[in-house]
Design a protein around this ligand. Structure first.
Ligand code: ADP
Ligand code: ZN
Ligand code: ZN
Length: 735
């Protein structure tokens, strides 16, 4: 009789949907431990997902693990979550797990936790104020202003403000302006802001949700910006944390996770350990925070989409803020939707989940208001702004088909801006970025600059005199004459932020203008800067894209001008008007949040479009219900479930062959699923690759999943897969 074998089933980061057997001589290995194993000629990092005493592999061929990491990186609950994601999104288990744990771990590094500090100003600093700082020290100034604002900041927030933050902190330390505190379990350092008592609607929401305290229930908390949703979250968290050891997870879109939000939570939860998880942390910080959560020490975790995978042994409540936000969907690798994964997790751990938003996704709206299925969502409403005497902005459409428009601006909008300048109030000019970047056009032959690698037009960057492809990054000099006809009269069309800025400068040479777009604000640092400048009234007119539409209060902003949105009204993407509505609703929420009355001017050639009617009356509900009717007729989400198969290759024939083959196979697999023909997407070519895609649609999620269970392995076996790069996107958001 031979000794019992210890066989480890190891999941690896390889695109194969199977696990691999390895031998170990360590009898106490557990599921969830990292290992290093030989794989072909390489060494690879994997994770133990099963332990057995048998294997189908001949003992001569059975290899041994090279190294075992002592830390167990996930528990049974997380493992369930990974298995669910792997099955539902049809993505290999090993790749699923390895894309859901912090990257530092993959390098098998178990350094002790780094010490962490929080910083705040000394009383002396507060007394002296920013004006006492040396004049040109902008970083110092910025940090001090942020500290005045947030009271306490951690290193991650400081780093996001400036890469030179360390030096500034040293300087401030030498000046006796700053104190630091080590983060410990019981730091009690936050200054309490006054706690409002809940209004009737908030109280009702709180009571209803609290009733389901101990079991699974999904809630939609629907309330306009400023209606006090966050206050309700805070009360629910307080309630949940009354239970010993309890932990709470709060998911937010990346852009909303600001030092302000963090410090608001810290102030209210001074007795608890709160950690954040997001992409602005260093690997080390992320790992530390993640471990604090995994070990049950951190009671509150605030994070962006990936944090839904954080192991939390005593998770008692999940909150998702801005439920509708598209950033919850991962667009590469494991294409999960954090909201949907969160609902699964809440169900599986039998805890409540609360989703808050002013403009629910239609899927959530449907689940909360249209089904009688008790397993779906509970529905709670906050109908007015929580702060008394703050009102909703007035929304007006300017019919640009009936008015003379100068360089994109109607005279009404120009007058409204002038009026704000006179009153020393601020204006925001909002451009819906998608499809509105300016391209170079020849006035004589209509030639436009196109990218030779993508099917996109090149975007004009006037300041640098360059043409750039926003998809692949290709960059070239702006031609002085038309390459096609030789004409020298080339001009940029369309409204880009840069052109709008130039125009505003012409109209208002005396105004202080700031343009914010992806080019000018790559970093959180720049964004923070902007918020401070707005607050200090160093800006009169702000020009920007959707990045400005959420997250922040601008107390002196009283006018929002929306330049051109009409393309989105007639887009081929069935979600375009849903997105436009929520974007305009959010950007409107920027105007008049404090005591200044706000106005929103929308320039459009279709002022009677239902979307604007709904906006004017702030009537999301009516709009959503109308959209739902359309979706039902068209058999689209949420009335149908969709899957997108996308392929790309150097040669179009290869992609088409692959997709046709996939289509025929899918048609044979199920009669309950509609399989559409392969088509070219809007962006037919990208980075030199020819692209095509096909859609599967079914009214039954189960039928669709059943098909995928056979179809995806079939695709993996397809020999053309060597020439064609393909992905399956379950519940796709973008087509
Ligand atoms: P939301 O998350 O819906 O945007 P918040 O919870 O941030 O709303 O509330 C908006 C503002 O109203 C905050 O300044 C908050 O402190 C305040 N607030 C919330 N609830 C109340 C209340 N019941 N009474 C007075 N002020 C409140
Ligand atoms: Zn020409
Ligand atoms: Zn390109």
């Amino acid at each position: 009789m031979t000794d019992a074998l210890h066989i480890l089933k190891v999941a690896l980061d390889v695109p194969l949907d199977r696990v691999f057997d390895y031998r170990t001589d360590k009898p106490n290995t557990q599921i969830g431990q990292y290992v290093v194993v030989p794989f072909g000629a390489r060494k690879m990092i994997g994770v133990v997902v099963g332990i057995s005493d048998t294997t189908a592999i001949e003992s001569k061929k059975l290899k041994s693990i090279i190294r075992l990491d002592p830390e167990v990186i996930f528990d049974e609950q997380s493992f369930k979550l990974f298995q669910f994601c792997s099955q539902y999104y049809h993505y290999p288990l090993g790749q699923t797990i390895l894309s859901a744990v912090p990257s530092r771990l993959k390098k098998i590094n178990t350094k002790a936790m780094a010490k962490k500090y929080l910083y705040r100003l000394t009383p002396k600093a507060i007394e002296l104020g920013v004006d006492q700082l040396p004049p040109r020290q902008t970083t110092l100034k910025r940090i001090v202003m942020a500290l005045i604002d947030a009271t306490l900041l951690d290193e991650a927030s400081l780093r996001s403000m400036s890469s030179a933050w360390k030096k500034s902190i040293e300087t401030l330390d030498e000046m006796g302006w700053i104190e630091k505190e080590e983060i410990t379990l019981d730091d009690k350092v936050y200054i309490q802001a006054p706690i409002p008592s809940l209004n009737d609607e908030q109280k009702k929401a709180f009571d209803e949700i609290s009733k389901t305290n101990k079991t699974f229930a999904a809630w939609l908390l629907y309330g306009i910006t400023g209606s006090g949703k966050t206050e309700v979250y805070i009360r629910l968290i307080e309630e949940a944390l009354k239970k010993e050891h309890a932990q709470v997870l709060v998911l937010v879109p990346e852009i909303n996770l600001t030092p302000q939000l963090e410090s608001r939570f810290r102030a209210r939860f001074e007795k608890y350990m709160l950690v954040t998880l997001h992409s602005h942390l260093t690997d080390n910080e992320r790992l530390t925070h993640w471990r604090l959560a995994k070990e049950g020490q951190a009671q509150i975790v605030i994070g962006t989409r990936l944090s839904i995978f954080t192991p939390m042994p005593h998770l008692s409540l999940i909150i998702i803020d801005e439920e509708h936000d598209a950033s919850f969907k991962q667009q590469e690798g494991l294409r999960y939707h954090a909201r949907d994964v969160a609902i699964f997790r809440a169900k599986s751990e039998n805890i409540p989940i609360v989703m808050g938003t002013a403009t629910p996704s239609l899927e959530t709206w449907f689940n909360a208001t249209k089904t009688k299925d008790a397993k779906k969502f509970g529905f709670l409403k906050l109908t007015s702004r929580a702060v008394l005497d703050s009102t909703l902005p007035e929304i007006k459409c300017i019919d640009i088909s009936k008015s003379t428009v100068t360089k994109g601006f109607s005279p009404y909008l120009v007058e409204a801006i002038r009026d704000r300048l006179n009153k020393k109030e601020q204006s925001l000019i909002f451009i819906n970025r998608r499809g509105f970047a300016p391209v170079l056009l020849c006035s004589s032959c209509q030639w436009t600059g196109r990218c030779h690698r993508c099917s996109s037009r090149l975007v004009v960057h006037l300041n640098q005199k360059r043409l750039r492809c926003h998809h692949c990054g290709h960059d070239e000099k702006m031609p002085l004459q038309c390459p096609s006809c030789g004409n020298t009269d080339l001009y940029p069309t369309g409204l880009g932020t840069q052109r709008v800025e130039e125009t505003i400068k012409e109209f208002f040479p005396e105004a202080r203008i700031l343009r914010v777009d992806r080019d000018s604000t790559k970093t959180k640092e720049a964004l923070n800067d902007l918020f401070l400048k707005m607050k200090n009234r160093e800006i009169d007119i702000l020009i920007g894209t959707q990045m400005l539409s959420k997250g922040h209060d601008f107390p002196y902003l009283s006018l929002v001008g929306v330049l051109d949105t009409d393309q989105a009204l007639y887009s081929s993407d069935f979600r375009a008007s849903e997105r436009l509505f929520s974007q305009l609703m959010q950007v409107s929420g920027r105007a008049g949040r404090a005591k200044t009355k706000g106005e929103v001017y929308i320039q459009t050639a279709f002022p009677n479009h239902p979307i604007f009617e709904a906006l004017k009356t702030h009537d999301y509900e009516h709009f959503a219900n109308e959209l739902l009717k359309e979706r039902e007729l068209a058999e689209l989400s949420p009335f149908a479930f969709l899957v997108l198969l996308k392929g790309e290759a150097h040669q179009l024939t290869h992609v088409m062959q692959f997709l046709n083959d996939a289509m025929i196979n899918a048609q044979n697999l199920s009669t309950h699923v509609t399989v559409y023909n392969p088509v070219r997407p809007m962006m037919e070519r990208l980075k030199g690759m020819e692209r095509a895609q096909l859609v599967l649609q079914a009214s039954s999620r189960v039928a669709l999943q059943k098909l995928l269970d056979e179809w995806v392995p079939y695709l993996r076996e397809n020999k053309l897969g060597q020439k064609v790069k393909w992905v399956v996107d379950v519940d796709p958001l973008e087509f």
